[in-house]
Ligand binder design. Structure first.
Ligand SMILES: [Zn+2]
Length: 126
């Protein structure tokens, strides 16, 4: 799918976050407090990314997970605004998803994947 098609498919906010590495406003995202069971997949390509049982309440205002599904994401060194971070991208379509930090205190991995709700689609398991 080319960028023009994506602009048609996505809302302006989704496009900005996914394709221009934007960040949604904290505490406003659809999935911040979601506790339903299921799998979160990429809004652009449908690649399965995160399982609901790795989601935790980080208090940051963004949906947070302590682990990604195997080989679902790629990590990119990011020094935007002079801040050193690790960007998380979809491994299939390279869309921006969020960042991963090492401050997931008390989680099994010690990681905190800080994601944007607009990048994700939750498929719930019934
Ligand atoms: Zn994708």
């Amino acid at each position: 799918m080319n960028e023009d098609d994506l602009k048609q498919k996505l809302t302006p906010e989704e496009y900005h976050v996914l394709r221009e590495k934007g960040t949604e406003a904290p505490f406003k995202g659809k999935y911040v407090d979601t506790k339903e069971e299921g799998t979160y997949s990429c809004k652009v390509c449908g690649n399965k990314l995160f399982a609901s049982d790795t989601k935790f309440d980080s208090g940051t205002g963004w949906p947070s997970f302590y682990d990604a599904l195997p080989e679902s994401v790629e990590f990119v060194h990011d020094i935007t605004h002079g801040i050193e971070r690790v960007e998380v991208q979809c491994a299939k379509c390279a869309s921006h998803l969020g960042h991963v930090f090492d401050d997931g205190v008390g989680t099994p991995t010690g990681k905190r994947y800080c994601l944007n709700s607009v990048c994700l689609n939750l498929e719930t398991t019934k």
